[in-house]
Design a protein around this ligand. Structure first.
Ligand SMILES: *[C@@H]1O[C@H](CO)[C@@H](O)[C@H](O)[C@H]1NC(C)=O
Ligand SMILES: *[C@@H]1O[C@H](CO)[C@@H](O)[C@H](O)[C@H]1NC(C)=O
Ligand SMILES: *[C@@H]1O[C@H](CO)[C@@H](O)[C@H](O)[C@H]1NC(C)=O
Ligand SMILES: *[C@@H]1O[C@H](CO)[C@@H](O)[C@H](O)[C@H]1NC(C)=O
Length: 435
């Protein structure tokens, strides 16, 4: 699968090109163009006069990663401080038509140079929106310096009521696996989500946890509504039609599986890199078999990861039955959590969750979270230990070592939440229970 005509500079984005294995170099260029801000640069430097900034783009800024080896794989912490080396998170941030603004705001609010970000504007949005998103990302100097934000150029349909969202999420995860060797956890965010802690808080707390843990709501209890839903047969148009169309429902019902135990859960999760590799690259066939089985099940994304995890002998003991996301439902039977507003602020913070959902575009409660929790002013990036500029709105325009974290009160709340989940056996007694 090596691409023999790969251009000279070792752009970190090339794997996207390899994945799509285009036949002619014209489509290849087009895909690269749309796929990444870095590649946009690359394209411009080929087609017009050479850009003076392009040579600096071949490697992340050494001020941010002073301990990182040139090959991008070895990260050694020579600091004699007692804190463990901070981990790194791979974020897939997805949205639909009209979500560019929310995606960018969420990116700014959850940004850290150590992490990796892949933005996916699904096929319900026009290609011009995707290009505009890539250009907006490209204009932010820290993203360029850290080389850790990419935009998917060849988008997928991602119907939450069907199964195409499973395939689009696995697509994003597989690109992230190729883009970076360094990340430890995979988090799939939706444009309607928002962080309740800074990335310094989250990375600080995660640095004390074993890297094989998976945070995922799951249950083998299938109530009557679930039962009805899981026996329904659908065909998701996102898997085979090129334009937006309604879901196809078959009149027949089918039996529940008995070759494995089905689990339900939540679509948001924090999954270990090992487990993601098991789902995408593993030699065990169950993740693929289940993928095909669920392709005809409505809203099956919330079944996929819990069922793979709990049916695997290797991973069933790595799960914590809490996804660290705050969500509330008007009725337990509702599929979508209700919209959060300023009235939910206190409960949200008290929950100790790392993220919350669902928020409307630019809801006032987001401004309050920015101000009181994230210390972020509008249009700027959430500050962290890596920001060493003058205080005010420009602290992050000058940067230093990205492994320096400055956790705050959010880290305390999150720590309390996780300690509760792990304390006195509640952790094991809630793992993949069948019954
Ligand atoms: C995990 O799988 C093993 C092996 O099948 C089984 O013995 C164990 O009970 C499972 N653990 C949980 C928590 O499901
Ligand atoms: C996930 O599980 C936790 C702990 O059981 C619960 O508090 C939370 O409401 C659940 N979230 C969802 C979305 O069901
Ligand atoms: C920071 O920006 C906000 C709005 O963008 C503005 O209201 C505020 O005065 C600025 N603060 C400083 C210190 O420049
Ligand atoms: C676990 O400990 C917490 C307090 O630390 C307590 O509230 C809870 O009841 C305990 N749960 C069990 C199952 O012992």
């Amino acid at each position: 699968m090596q691409n023999s005509h790969s251009p000279q500079p070792p752009l970190p984005i090339l794997p996207i090109n390899t994945i799509s294995t285009p036949k002619d170099s014209k489509t290849a260029l087009y895909i690269i163009l749309a796929a990444s801000l870095l590649s946009l640069f690359f394209f411009f430097s080929l087609s017009s006069s050479p850009s003076p900034t392009s040579p600096t783009l071949t490697r992340p800024d050494p001020f941010l990663f002073p301990h990182r080896q040139i090959n991008n794989v070895l990260v050694t912490n020579t600091d004699p401080s007692s804190d463990p080396t901070p981990p790194s998170i791979a974020y897939l941030i997805s949205g639909s038509a009209g979500d560019s603004g929310r995606i960018l705001r969420l990116l700014f609010a959850s940004y850290h140079p150590r992490n990796h970000y892949l933005l996916h504007l699904d096929l319900t949005a026009p290609q011009t929106d995707r290009d505009a998103l890539a250009l907006a990302v490209q204009s932010v100097s820290i993203f360029k310096a850290a080389q850790n934000v990419d935009v998917i150029g060849k988008a997928d349909f991602a119907y939450t009521k069907g199964s195409s969202i499973i395939s689009s999420t696995l697509h994003g995860a597989s690109i992230l696996l190729r883009l970076s060797q360094n990340w430890d956890w995979f988090v799939n965010l939706n444009a309607a989500d928002y962080p309740l802690v800074t990335q310094d808080d989250l990375l600080h707390i995660l640095s004390f946890l074993p890297k094989h843990l998976n945070f995922l709501n799951h249950s083998s209890y299938i109530g009557w509504r679930e039962f009805r839903r899981l026996r329904t047969i659908i065909v998701d148009p996102g898997l085979y039609l090129s334009e937006k169309t309604a879901m196809f429902y078959a009149t027949q019902k089918r039996e529940l599986p008995n070759a494995f135990q089905l689990f339900t859960g939540s679509s948001f999760s924090i999954l270990s890199r090992n487990f993601i590799e098991f789902c995408i690259l593993g030699t065990d066939n169950f993740p693929r078999t289940l993928l095909m089985y669920l392709s005809n099940t409505p809203s099956s994304f919330s079944n996929y990861f819990p069922t793979v995890l709990c049916n695997s002998h290797k991973y069933n003991r790595t799960v914590i039955n809490h996804n660290l996301l705050y969500a509330t439902f008007d009725k337990p039977s509702n599929e979508e959590p209700r919209l959060l507003s300023s009235n939910d602020y206190e409960a949200m913070i008290q929950s100790g969750a790392a993220f919350a959902t669902r928020f409307q575009l630019d809801d006032p409660v987001l401004d309050r979270i920015d101000q009181e929790i994230l210390g972020r002013s509008s249009g700027s990036i959430v500050p962290g230990g890596w920001c060493v500029g003058e205080s005010g709105n420009h602290t992050c325009s000058v940067w230093g070592d990205a492994s320096v974290l400055r956790p705050g009160l959010g880290a305390r709340r999150l720590e309390k939440r996780i300690v509760e989940s792990l304390s006195n056996g509640t952790y094991q007694s809630h793992q993949c229970i069948v019954g």
